[in-house]
Every structure is written in structure tokens, then in C-alpha cells.
Design a protein around this ligand. Structure first.
Ligand SMILES: [Zn+2]
Length: 642
């Protein structure tokens, strides 16, 4: 069986680059062992890293000599459809035999975009390549951390879903036993699914398989990696981190103040890793001062990280760029009742969101502000240096500034609890006589509500936002990294589609009071969701503020993000570029000068590309921003590209 190597880590720690460097290094050191590099991140960047065009199919890349590497950016939608088409008949007939719904009611639901599709598709893609048996090693570049955990929980979730289907499918059997008949049991495709889940689980637990945690020396990334490692260990199917990579490490400081602090931070981080990941090998990856782009640079970087080779400075510097002029400006007020911030992981979107919220309180002292994180790996508590939970609590010593980190799973369980109570009521009072049949429906529905479905983050987030947006306050939503943020913004439209389908399905069951209750609830919800969907497209009610770094990869991702927002009819009028190095900050340091050159090239491109937008520039701080004082100092200065 192929070995699986999973690369996990907080967004922005350079996971894709490190996973790519590893894959290139492995493919190169043993050219006869075929290696596949597979990305399951909905915001793909493999094509950017390798500087090639990649469609949704596997592509074989020559690496020089006889070495080759196959790369695959998994298209979740496509992968999922392929799977669904294969099992459509079996799924529909199972659901039809096991639930109140008829074939005509189930089919249209299967054709919509289902929650958890990305995670499911990733699992399917991994299984498909395991089956194929062509690769000695499969390297998986996963989505940012919160969603990675969801991916690892998929086999368990899937197993429970299969139990449910088994139960649903046994309905005819139960009825037959009760009334003295007989039905042919067992569904061959359930067995097939089980085998698939088992195969992925087994592959993950092989001795040759690896779970590689990538982190940077930054406090937030380190904390997150420890949290994730713990969560993976306490999962129903515990997984152990096998390697830790300390990326963007600085071990030689020249005479530069920035690098001197980075060096101190690296040293502390290495000790932190050794303390918290006892006995697990740590690989140190030196900061390049520029992006590792293209197979050749990746190989060199891979040799450095995984074989301990000394890193030669990257020869490439950006092509000639125009001069970029910056002028000082004020932090902008939030102009709409709802503001959504997003950006690639690790760009400091939560820090800037917190700064925008603190700044907003100065602009409109009478109006409360709520900042709500829908990121499954939230860091508002790290930024405000305060415990923040599912319910809003006041932060920064200001009663009118409140913060919340959405706990989607808890939110779903609370809702499911209410629904279960209703179902129990309905089934005990509504009908007699058909006792066997309905107690069965109850078992199926209760089993369904006991699972926290994948994709619940975005749904729960929309419900929460509906609650918060109703009150007289300014709302700032700190969203998950790009790919999942787009999922969130698409969610209102999807909820509207599902509610239409569900209402249609419930209509024939009007006789049951439960069905009537549910129909009323769905109708009310869809009314509110429609309002939110309209707000999203109205620049006076809501706007999206992208946050980025002045580096080539975040730049390309932001361009794609803006395109996708345009497609959704959502306009953006401003853009934040975080951590820009100023000339007086870099002095004579080679690494920082190279980094600044890449930044200036990106900034000049940005100015040309987004003429009509306000492009704000936040200066790089040697220290991380944490706590009220740091936030207040951050909103003391801001620049704008002229
Ligand atoms: Zn430096």
C-alpha cells in the first residue's frame, strides 16, 4: 500500500511550499519510487508554487534527469459528482426505503452542493489513488488546520453515516419481521463504502505514513500546532504527529534588527517545539527571504529541510518594478452594518479585523461593535489576550466592544437537541396504530441528529450572523481563510435552494404536526436568509475587506478571491496589505532587502491591477500584535498607495 504523508499546519505557515519541496525531494532521491503530490485545499496554490498550469486532472512534471512527480489539485465538486453518479441509484433507493421521503424528493437534493463536499472529495481522491496502487508515496497538502481536523474525522463520520444508512435500509426488514414477511437484506454498496473508509484509515496508520506538522516561529502558529496535535490524539481514531517542521527560521542575523528579533524568536520556538513535541524529530527550514518557486528551487529547499543541506541564497530577485509611493492616512471607519474580512491564512487577518473593530469604537462611540470569528481555527483570543467563547464577551476593556468565536459543532448540537425533543413529542402524541413504522422513523431521525455533519461551520455561521445582524450594532465577521470564506458567502444562496426543496418535500406530509412545524421554521429562516443574501450584494449594507501580504502567492490568491467575489455580485472597495517592510527597516540586511524587493514588486502590480480601490498598507512590526495596547498602537499609523 502507498505510504501517506500528510502536511498540516495553520494557514500561511508555508505548508504548500514545504509539502511541495518534500515531494520533489522524495521523487528526486528515488526516481523509481513514483510520488504523487495531492492538494485538498479548496484554495489551491500548487500551480503557483510549481509555476505551471494545472487543471483538475493529474499532471506528470519532469524534475530533470529521470525524476518525475505527479501533481493533482483535487476539484472537490467534480470528484464528489463522480462518486455520487456511481452510487446514485443505491443511495436514492436506500434513503427512499428508510425515510419518509420519496425518490422525487431526494433526487433534487443530491444535485445541489452538499455541505462537507470538499472533505468528502478529499477522502475519495486519496482512496482513489490508494486503490490505483501506482504510487509508492502520496503526499497530501491539506486545507488549513480547522478543516484538516474535519478531514481526519471524515472516516469516523462516514462510518456513522453508513450505520445510519444500514438502519434506514433495514426498515423493510423490521416491518417484515413484525408483520411476518421477509425481505432480501444487505446492500452491497454499503460494504464497498466500509472497505473504502477502512482502507484510508489503514493507510494513515502504516508505519511509513507521516503526519508532518508545519509551523513558523510565531506564537500563534506554535500554539495552534499544539492545539491541533492534541485534538488529533483525542479523535476517535487517534493520529500522532511524526515530524515537526520549523519553517521561516532565522539563524543568522547579519546586523539587522528585524532578523535579530527573528533569530531570538526562532531559538525560543525551537525550544517550545522540543518541549511540546517530545521525541518527535524537528526539521528547521531557513527563511529564504523570497518565495521558493519552481521545481529546481523547491528541490534545493527540500534538500535543505529534509537532508540538512546548507541553503544557498535564492539567486532570483523580482523583475524590475516601478516605484511605489505611500502616503500616511487614517484607519478607515466601517461604512456598513456588516463587514467581512478574509484572506489567505497567516496574513494577519484576525489582527487587522481586531484593529478595525477597536478603531471603529473611536469613530462611533455610541454604537456597539461585535467582532465574530467564523474561522474553525480562531485566534481572536490570542489577539485580545482574553478567553473568548461562543457567546460575545466584552474585550479591550470596552463594554461596547464584544468578541465571539463561533463554535459551530456546539451550535449544531444545541439545535439538534431541540429538534430531538420535538421529534419525540411528535412521535409520541401524533399517531397511534402505526407504532412500529414511526418509532423507526424516530430512530433514523435521531441517529441523523446525533452526527455533527461536515460543512456545519458555514451553516452555523450564517445562523449566528443572522442573530447578530438583527441587533443595532456594527458587525465585523472574521472569516476562515479564502476558500472556506467563499463557501460561507455562497451559503445563503444554497440555504435558499435547500429550503425551497425541503418545503416542497414536506408539503405532502402536512398531516403530521411535526412536518408543519418544520415547514414554518424553514419558511421563517429562508425569509431571513434572503434578506442577508440581498445585503451581501448591496454595497451600502455589507462589504468584504480582503487582507493580504505583499508576496507572490497571497497576491495571486487575492486576485482569484476578488474575481470570485465579483462573480457572486459582491463588490470590494478596499484592500489591506499587511507587514510591509519599509526602506529604513531593512538597512543593509540581504535577506530583508530581498524580501522588500519582492514586496515592492507585488505592491506595484497591485496598484496597476486595482486602480479604483483604496489599498492600505500596514507597516511590518518586529513584534507580534497581542493585547489592547498593541492594537491601539497599530491603529496609530497607516499608509495608502498613491
Ligand atoms: Zn534582516
Amino acid at each position: 500500500m502507498s505510504a501517506l504523508s500528510f502536511f498540516v499546519g495553520k494557514g500561511g505557515v508555508g505548508k504548500t511550499t514545504v509539502a511541495s519541496a518534500y515531494a520533489v525531494y522524495r521523487a528526486n532521491s528515488k526516481p523509481r519510487r513514483p510520488v504523487l503530490l495531492l492538494s485538498t485545499d479548496p484554495a489551491h496554490s500548487l500551480a503557483d508554487v510549481f509555476q505551471v498550469r494545472l487543471g483538475s486532472k493529474l499532471r506528470l512534471l519532469p524534475l530533470g534527469g529521470s525524476a518525475k512527480l505527479t501533481v493533482w489539485q483535487v476539484n472537490a465538486e467534480l470528484q464528489f459528482r463522480k462518486f455520487l453518479d456511481r452510487y446514485r441509484v443505491a443511495i436514492v433507493s436506500l434513503l427512499e426505503s428508510g425515510t419518509l421521503f420519496s425518490r422525487e424528493e431526494i433526487e433534487p437534493l443530491l444535485d445541489t452542493t452538499l455541505p462537507g463536499m470538499a472533505e468528502m472529495a478529499a477522502l475519495l481522491a486519496i482512496h482513489e489513488t490508494l486503490e490505483r496502487g501506482r504510487y509508492a508515496e502520496i503526499v497530501v497538502d491539506t486545507a488549513p488546520i480547522g478543516h484538516t481536523l474535519r478531514l481526519f474525522e471524515m472516516p469516523e463520520y462516514f462510518a456513522r453515516f453508513l450505520d445510519l444508512l444500514d438502519l434506514a435500509g433495514s426498515r423493510d426488514q423490521v416491518l417484515a419481521e413484525h408483520f411476518g414477511g421477509s425481505v432480501a437484506a444487505s446492500n452491497p454498496f454499503i460494504a464497498e463504502w466500509r472497505a473504502m473508509v477502512g482502507a484510508v484509515q489503514a493507510a494513515l496508520h502504516q508505519r511509513e505514513s507521516r503526519i508532518v506538522m508545519v509551523t513558523t516561529p510565531e506564537e500563534f502558529a506554535l500554539q495552534e500546532s499544539v492545539r491541533t496535535a492534541k485534538a488529533m490524539l483525542s479523535a476517535p481514531d487517534p493520529l500522532h504527529v511524526t515530524d515537526v517542521i520549523l519553517n521561516r527560521a532565522v539563524r543568522s542575523d547579519g546586523h539587522c534588527l528585524i532578523c535579530k528579533q527573528s533569530k531570538a524568536r526562532t531559538k525560543a520556538a525551537a525550544q517550545f517545539v522540543q518541549r511540546n513535541f517530545r521525541g518527535i524529530p524537528m526539521h528547521v527550514a531557513e527563511d529564504l527571504g523570497g518565495p521558493a518557486l519552481g521545481a529546481r528551487t523547491l528541490l534545493e529547499f527540500g534538500r535543505h529541510v529534509f537532508a540538512g543541506k546548507k541553503l544557498r541564497p535564492i539567486a532570483r530577485t523580482p523583475a524590475k518594478k516601478d516605484d511605489v509611493k505611500l502616503q500616511p492616512t487614517q484607519w478607515p471607519a466601517l461604512k456598513t452594518p456588516i463587514t467581512w474580512t478574509t484572506g489567505k491564512g497567516g496574513v494577519g487577518k484576525t489582527t487587522l479585523s481586531a484593529a478595525l473593530a477597536v478603531n471603529q469604537r473611536k469613530h462611533a462611540p455610541a454604537r456597539p461593535v461585535v467582532i465574530c470569528s467564523t474561522d474553525p481555527a480562531p485566534s481572536l483570543d490570542d489577539v485580545f489576550q482574553k478567553r473568548i467563547g461562543n457567546r460575545p464577551v466584552s474585550v479591550a476593556g470596552d463594554a461596547k466592544l464584544r468578541a465571539a468565536e463561533l463554535d459551530a459543532a456546539a451550535e449544531f448540537r444545541a439545535w439538534a437537541g431541540e429538534m430531538k425533543a420535538k421529534i419525540n413529542d411528535a412521535f409520541s402524541s401524533d399517531v397511534r396504530g402505526l407504532h412500529v413504522d414511526l418509532s423507526f422513523e424516530r430512530r433514523v431521525l435521531t441517529a441523523l441528529l446525533d452526527m455533527v455533519p461536515p460543512g456545519v461551520d458555514e451553516i452555523a455561521a450564517i445562523f449566528r450572523i443572522l442573530d447578530l445582524a438583527g441587533e443595532k450594532q456594527t458587525l465585523l465577521v472574521d472569516m476562515a481563510p479564502t476558500g472556506h470564506a467563499l463557501e460561507l458567502l455562497r451559503m445563503p444562496g444554497r440555504i435558499l435552494l435547500w429550503s425551497r426543496l425541503l418545503l416542497k418535500s414536506l408539503a405532502p406530509h402536512r398531516r403530521m404536526s411535526l412536518a408543519r412545524d418544520v415547514a414554518v421554521q424553514i419558511a421563517t429562516l429562508s425569509h431571513r436568509v434572503r434578506e442577508l443574501a440581498n445585503m451581501l450584494k448591496d454595497g451600502r449594507s455589507s462589504r468584504v475587506v480582503p487582507v493580504m501580504l505583499a508576496e507572490p502567492l497571497p497576491d495571486r490568491e487575492t486576485t482569484r478571491l476578488l474575481g470570485a467575489l465579483d462573480d457572486l455580485g459582491i463588490s470590494t472597495s478596499e484592500l489591506f496589505v499587511n507587514r510591509v517592510l519599509f526602506a529604513e527597516d531593512v538597512n543593509h540586511c540581504h535577506r530583508c532587502q530581498a524580501a522588500r524587493e519582492w514586496q515592492m514588486e507585488t505592491l506595484s502590480k497591485l496598484r496597476r491591477r486595482h486602480r479604483g480601490k483604496n489599498i492600505y498598507v500596514v507597516r511590518n512590526r518586529a513584534r507580534e500584535i497581542a493585547g489592547t495596547a498593541a492594537l491601539k498602537s497599530l491603529i496609530g499609523e497607516l499608509w495608502q498607495i498613491v
